[in-house]
Design a binder for this molecule. Structure first.
Ligand code: SF4
Length: 173
C-alpha cells in the first residue's frame, strides 16, 4: 500500500507556489512552466492553490521578516510527506538580498528544504530538472533487468563497442 501511495505521489505531485519576497523574476519562470510551452503537466505536476492538498512547496525569494510566519504556517498546513523546493538564488541563500535588515535569508532559515535550484532566475528547464530529480529521489527508478539470450547477458550501452567492418571495393566483406 505504501508503494502504491508513493507511486501515485510521484506520478502526480501537486505543487503550491509561495513568494516569500521575490522580485517576481523567479515567479515568472514558474508561470512559464505551467503554460503549454514547458507543460509540466506531462510529468503529472499540477498547481494546487491549497496547502492542505499540496505535496511540494515551491518557494521563491529571500524570506522577509513579514513573510516568515506565513511561510511557516503554510508549511505546517501541508500533509506529510511534504517537500520544499527553493527556487532561485534568493530562496537558496538570500541572494542579492542577503544581509539586508528586512530579510532572514534563504528558505532553510525558516523551514526544511528538500531541493535547491540556483540561478537568478533559474531557467524553466533547470526547475523541471530539479523537480524530476526530487521525484526520482523520492521513488528511485528501478534498474531494468538485462535480457539473457542463450545464457549470455545483453550488453549495456557502455559495454557496446563500435565495430568497424572492412568493406572491399566490390562491396563484399
Ligand atoms: S533569484 Fe533573481 S529573479 Fe529570483 S527573486 Fe532573486 S533577484 Fe529575483
Amino acid at each position: 500500500m505504501a508503494d502504491a501511495k508513493t507511486w501515485a505521489r510521484v506520478k502526480s505531485p501537486w505543487v503550491l507556489h509561495f513568494n516569500s519576497g521575490a522580485c517576481n523574476g523567479c515567479d515568472i519562470e514558474i508561470v512559464a512552466l505551467l503554460t503549454p510551452k514547458y507543460d509540466v503537466e506531462r510529468f503529472g505536476i499540477k498547481l494546487e492553490p491549497s496547502p492542505r492538498h499540496a505535496d511540494i512547496l515551491l518557494v521563491t525569494g529571500a524570506v522577509t521578516n513579514q513573510c516568515a510566519e506565513r511561510l511557516k504556517r503554510v508549511y505546517d498546513q501541508m500533509p506529510q510527506p511534504k517537500f520544499v523546493v527553493a527556487i532561485g538564488a534568493c530562496a537558496c541563500s538570500g541572494g542579492v538580498f542577503a544581509g539586508t535588515y528586512n530579510t532572514l535569508g534563504g528558505v532553510d532559515k525558516v523551514i526544511p528544504v528538500s531541493a535547491y535550484i540556483p540561478g537568478c532566475p533559474p531557467r524553466p528547464e533547470a526547475i523541471i530538472d530539479g523537480c524530476v530529480k526530487l521525484l526520482n529521489a523520492i521513488n528511485p527508478p528501478k534498474k531494468k533487468k538485462r535480457k539473457q539470450v542463450n545464457g549470455i547477458k545483453e550488453a549495456t550501452k557502455s559495454e557496446v563497442v563500435p565495430v568497424v567492418m572492412e568493406v572491399k571495393q566490390d562491396g563484399k566483406q
